[in-house]
Design a protein around this ligand. Structure first.
Ligand SMILES: [Cu+2]
Length: 129
């Protein structure tokens, strides 16, 4: 009886230790690759702009995630500060054809945008492509 109980207890301790390890391991890993967040106001107006910008940013060095909120035109980028900087990210937005804060879009890239994505349009979301 005593042996069975202690066996059960040690199994429980072992299991708990493994669970704790599984939970803390990813956190310890994430510490090494610190991510910072950067927000930039763009001239994006629709869901096509969203797809285009998010894809372009995903190809940028050091970018881990990029999400554009169309109604507010704000692009939120999670990036590695040792690989890139807000200035470089703003330039990437300009190269895609969109304004980045007070910096105007690169003209050639902007001219290539479809008509529905020109910044003279009002913001339009959902449905229509
Ligand atoms: Cu668009």
């Amino acid at each position: 009886m005593y042996t069975l109980k202690s066996l059960f207890l040690s199994a429980l301790v072992l299991l708990t230790a493994q669970l704790t390890y599984a939970q803390t391991a990813p956190v310890a890993k994430a510490k090494g690759t610190a991510t910072e967040q950067f927000q930039v106001k763009t001239s994006a107006v629709c869901d096509m702009c969203k797809t285009r910008l998010e894809k372009a940013m995903a190809y940028e060095k050091g970018v881990q995630q990029a999400v554009l909120d169309v109604p507010s035109q704000v692009l939120t980028v999670a990036y590695r500060p040792d690989k890139t900087s807000p200035a470089e990210l703003r330039t990437a937005v300009q190269r895609t054809g969109y304004d980045a804060d007070n910096q105007v879009a690169e003209k050639r890239a902007y001219d290539r945008l479809p008509d529905c994505c020109k910044k003279t349009n009002a913001i339009h979301t959902g449905g229509g492509q």
